[in-house]
Ligand binder design. Structure first.
Ligand code: ZN
Length: 106
C-alpha cells in the first residue's frame, strides 16, 4: 500500500508515519520514499540512480533556514523514486551502500 501524504510504501492498512487510513494501492508515477541520507551520501545515491536511469526526487529534512544556520553537514536528504522503479532503486542502494561501508566483503 502507499500513503500519498507521506509518499511511503507500507504493508499495513494504516500509514506508519501519519497513521492515516487513506492508503491505497501504489500506481505508476507515485513517488516512493527510498532512503534518508546525510550529506554527502545523498549525492552518492542520486548519482548512482542517475547513472542507472532511475529518476528521483530529493527533499531536505530540515527547512532551508534551519539547515543554513546549522551548516550543511547537519542536513539530511530524503530521496524518492517512482514506484515502478522502486525495486531497482532499492537494489542499487543496497548494493552501493553495502560496498561503501564494507569494502572487503567481496
Ligand atoms: Zn502517511
Amino acid at each position: 500500500m502507499y500513503c500519498p501524504h507521506c509518499r511511503i510504501l507500507t504493508v499495513n492498512v494504516r500509514c506508519p508515519v501519519c497513521l492515516s487510513r487513506a492508503v491505497r494501492e501504489p500506481e505508476r508515477g507515485d513517488w516512493c520514499f527510498l532512503a534518508e541520507k546525510e550529506k554527502p551520501w545523498d549525492g552518492a545515491l542520486t548519482e548512482i540512480l542517475g547513472q542507472n536511469g532511475v529518476p528521483f526526487l530529493t527533499e531536505s529534512v530540515l527547512g532551508a533556514g534551519l539547515s543554513a544556520r546549522l551548516g550543511s553537514s547537519f542536513e539530511r536528504v530524503r530521496v524518492y523514486v517512482p514506484w515502478e522503479r522502486y525495486e531497482t532503486a532499492r537494489e542499487l542502494e543496497r548494493g552501493f551502500f553495502s560496498n561503501a561501508y564494507a569494502p572487503d566483503s567481496e
